[in-house]
Design a protein around this ligand. Structure first.
Ligand code: NDP
Length: 450
């Protein structure tokens, strides 16, 4: 039995029922075969077995009182996966689907993504099965305070620095930072994604979406094209999707769809971005309301989605930007995209395409940017926020944006060159996984058996 296969089997015994986590591990390990075969030291040092086991996992009860006086109980998580390259860094997700498997898959991906940025950050992730949707500001605040009452003892500016993710934006970061400060008496850069009023960085909120579009443009440039005039399908209508659409417009492309947990909007003449911002960021409501303003757009509720995938990927377009959640693009969706002429996929979300869908994109040799490379702009800009906090400076929008572009370009070049080095020209999955892995593995070896 080969080494990789055995590692995955062992994992299924030691960490049962963690489907998304196995999916992420298998995807990475499959592409590491050439590097493991070429360097027996990685095997001797048990690097793979050490990497798939988090350094520390914290699970805790989060009790809080709702507006009716009822006691609610949620489950909180922080997985401190790997600190070979720096303090644990990765977001917090508040969503009812959160469980140990989801947090571990996100944490595992984060190790390689953070390594790929070339910055000194380790990998971690956390969250809770709390749904902020429909909750008052007071309820969200009490939840965040209770969450931090436990988490504060595990985090710090040089140990573990959380940020936002699904369901965690500037409001939630504000409440969590406030409670951390109250408990510790310290005003320090323990979170990123903070408000610009008190230590946040310009471009952080735009960074993941902008970065996924810059990455797409670099992939196209390498093939002699640019995004100008591209018709683009986007999924999601949150932080990542909104700023991906904004950058697409700025680069002369046209986003023609977006989606949320209730359904999908398709607008052939181009999505009305100010309206989406108003519905999702200010009113915190469903996208269905979009067609009250634009009756010429199409709205497909989730109940009418195809049984084998997502309505958004069944439209014809040049490019696709999955920016909502994991496994939102199935094998059939990938077949439909390819049949309709899509030749670019840049992932703003984490693991949005299933393993089968990814294999189809690679076999078709389209420009495919996996999430751990294409959406790394968010965490990279978080690190720039940490650097500004540590040096007590505030950089201009232009300075941060330029650094973001440079980092996205470096990630593309690193993934692309590494793919070439291992005889898989154009396969950015292999390139990103091997490049990220080597940086972390070599640091782990130099730091001894810890
Ligand atoms: P948000 O909460 O801001 O937005 C998420 C969007 O996706 C919302 O429109 C939401 O719908 C929709 N969505 C979420 N879960 C589901 C689901 N299970 N089914 C259907 N729709 C869903 O999150 P972000 O934009 O921050 O994150 C989106 C993705 O990008 C995630 O995969 C995240 O891990 C990844 N990512 C985010 C980074 C960041 O900086 N924020 C950095 C790197 C990756 P609704 O509005 O109805 O809830």
């Amino acid at each position: 039995m080969n080494y990789i296969h055995k590692t995955v089997l062992d994992l299924k015994h030691s960490s049962p029922a963690q489907t998304e986590f196995y999916q992420a591990v298998e995807e990475v390990l499959d592409s590491l075969e050439p590097v493991l075969e070429g360097n027996s030291n990685y095997q001797r040092q048990a690097i793979i077995q050490r990497m798939v086991e988090p350094e520390r996992q914290i699970m805790f009860r989060v009790p809080w009182v709702d507006d009716e006086g009822n006691i609610q109980v949620n489950k909180g998580y922080r997985v401190e996966f790997n600190s070979a390259l720096g303090p644990y860094k990765g977001g917090l997700r508040f969503h009812p689907t959160v469980n140990a498997s989801i947090i571990k898959f996100l944490g595992f991906e984060q190790i390689f993504k953070n390594a790929l940025t070339g910055l000194p950050i380790g990998g971690g992730k956390g969250g809770a099965n709390f749904d902020p949707k429909g909750r008052s500001d007071g309820e969200v605040m009490r939840f965040c305070q209770s969450f931090i009452n436990e988490l504060y003892r595990h985090i710090g500016p040089t140990t573990d620095v959380p940020a936002g993710d699904i369901g965690v934006g500037a409001r939630e970061i504000g409440y969590m930072f406030g409670q951390y400060k109250r408990l510790t008496g310290r005003y320090e850069g323990v979170f990123t994604g903070k408000s610009l009023l008190w230590g946040g960085s310009l471009v952080r909120k735009e960074a993941t979406g902008y970065g996924a579009v810059y990455f797409a443009d670099y992939m196209l440039n390498a093939r002699g094209h640019s995004l100008q005039g591209y018709r683009c399908l986007v999924s999601g209508a949150g932080n990542v999707a909104i700023y991906a659409m904004e950058k697409l417009y700025q680069m002369g492309a046209i986003p023609i769809s977006c989606s949320d947990s209730s359904g999908t909007i398709y607008h052939a003449t181009g999505v009305d971005l100010p309206l989406v911002k108003q519905l999702k960021q200010q009113q915190r409501t469903h996208l269905e309301r979009y067609i009250e303003v634009h009756p010429d757009a199409n709205y497909t509720p989730v109940a009418d989605y195809p049984s084998d995938g997502h309505a958004v990927w069944r439209y014809s377009a040049d490019a696709a930007f999955p920016c909502a959640t994991q496994n939102e693009l199935s094998k059939t969706d990938a077949e439909s995209l390819l049949a309709n002429g899509c030749h670019l996929v840049s992932e703003g979300a984490n693991m949005p395409s299933t393993h089968e869908a990814v294999n189809l994109f690679i076999a078709a040799k389209i420009a495919y940017g996996p999430g751990k490379a294409a959406n790394a702009g968010g965490v990279a800009t978080s690190q720039l926020e940490m650097a500004q906090n540590a040096s007590m400076q505030n950089w201009s929008f232009e300075k941060v944006d330029q650094q973001l572009q440079q980092i996205m370009k470096n990630i593309f070049v690193t993934a692309s060159d590494t793919a070439k080095e291992f005889g898989q020209d154009g396969n950015l999955v292999t390139g990103a996984n091997i490049a990220g892995f080597r940086r972390v593995a070599d640091a782990m070896i130099e730091q001894g058996i810890v």
